[in-house]
Design a protein around this ligand. Structure first.
Ligand code: MTE
Ligand code: MO
Length: 216
């Protein structure tokens, strides 16, 4: 009976709650990393809490075979880890170690149609953003499940945050549950519709046209 109770306690710690006890990597390849606690909360509907049991990562749109992957199956795809900085248009930056599945093998297993040139990402809070398929492939982008070696917290984006290297923070969509292949190369996501640059390059302009609210 005692064994059952102890085992039960361990199981209930699975998922995002475990990150509270695991230790963050703070030194990596001679560099002092920032902490996962250094991020600011600015989500459109506040932090989301995704239940791993009911979660599915869907890949659809212009694909040969739609996929709907439970979390454990999604995590079986090839993984990578990257030291990347997030830059928000509000003027703050945080550099941490991001780790988990690569998008290209995921897209390849769904089979991308030749007409697709854009990847539209969807999240549980209704937020969307897009990147060109070419950029996703060239950069071999990853969806992060861990930050600084620890499974990310619900607030940070569990179970997946897009590591949109060299793009403004609004391209780093958290709580991702949908990946849509599209031919709409001028698609505008949540902030892009409100005047933020559709390409979102950190080396390029923040706004387009007349700036905020222009596309409303
Ligand atoms: N689903 C979702 N993802 C989102 C947002 C959001 O409101 N909802 N906000 C974006 C913006 S504007 C920024 S700057 C980053 C900040 O998140 P981070 O602190 O994890 O980098 O999240 C991005 N991803
Ligand atoms: Mo942002």
């Amino acid at each position: 009976m005692a064994t059952v109770l102890v085992f039960g306690a361990v199981v209930s710690c699975a998922g995002p709650a475990r990150s509270a006890t695991a230790v963050e990597i703070r030194d990596y390849q001679g560099e002092r990393l920032r902490s996962v606690n250094d991020f600011r909360e600015n989500s459109i509907k506040g932090p989301q809490r995704v239940d791993s049991a009911g979660y599915r990562l869907k890949i659809g749109g212009l694909v040969k075979k739609e996929l709907s992957l439970p979390l454990d199956q999604a995590l079986k795809y090839p993984q990578d880890r990257r030291l990347v900085q997030t830059d928000c248009v509000e003027g703050w930056s945080v550099r941490v170690l991001w780790e988990s599945i690569r998008l290209v093998p995921l897209l390849d297993s769904a089979g991308v149609d030749s007409g697709a040139n854009t990847v539209i990402f969807h999240a549980v809070d209704g937020y969307t953003t897009s990147l060109s398929l070419q950029f996703v492939r060239d950069r071999d982008l990853i969806l992060a499940h861990k930050m600084n070696g620890v499974v990310m917290s619900a607030a940070r984006g569990y179970p997946f945050d897009l590591v949109a290297e060299n793009k403004w923070g609004y391209k780093w969509i958290r709580w991702v549950d949908g990946i849509e292949l599209s031919s709409d190369s001028v698609y505008r996501g949540y902030w892009e519709k409100r005047g933020y640059n559709q390409k979102g390059d950190v080396t390029g302009p923040i706004y387009e046209g007349k700036g905020p609210q222009w596309f409303k």
